[in-house]
Design a protein around this ligand. Sequence first.
Ligand code: MG
Length: 202
Amino acid sequence: MKIICIGRNYGKHALELGNGIPEQPVIFCKPDTALLKNNEPFYHPDFSNDIHHEVELVIKIDKIGKSVLPNFSHQYYSSISLGIDFTARDIQNNLKAKGLPWELAKSFDHSAVVGEFVPLHNQDIQNIDFSLQKNGALVQKGNTSDMLFSVNEIICFVSQYMTLKTGDLIFTGTPEGVSKVSIGDRLEAFLGTQKLLDFLIK
Ligand code: MG
């Protein structure tokens, strides 16, 4: 399986990092070794002093898709979760300054945290509230209506370049409010009022 991530998909987050608003989706991938599940603790790596949380809606792909047409994108997923796209911001800033790829900042072990997947039912995927608390204080709060590129547009776009396979995950971008995590922190992520993530930084 692969983990596809969308960068700068919420305008206020793009601006908080000093980036412009993208004209097409910004795509990067994480390997399967980046996965961290079952609310296991995240062990802070030594190579960064500025690991940021980015809470994101995560889509699980249900079937193989190549060059999916926009009107059919919704048939390729039926469950969602929340995830944390952990980012070594210090490393990313160095790489960005040199015009180099972001993998070392984005694709390290356990940098893709995912919660339990819940069925979508008849919810409008572009009107979902989600939030993140750090040590009990609200740090990020978003609604998927603020995505610059919708889930269905992302599936259509990505599948022109990469065949989507059953079990692939798509991290759909983070709203504003990203900040550094430290050893001892507790992160809790909520889909509406349902808690899907609750884990410690160790
Ligand atoms: Mg992200």
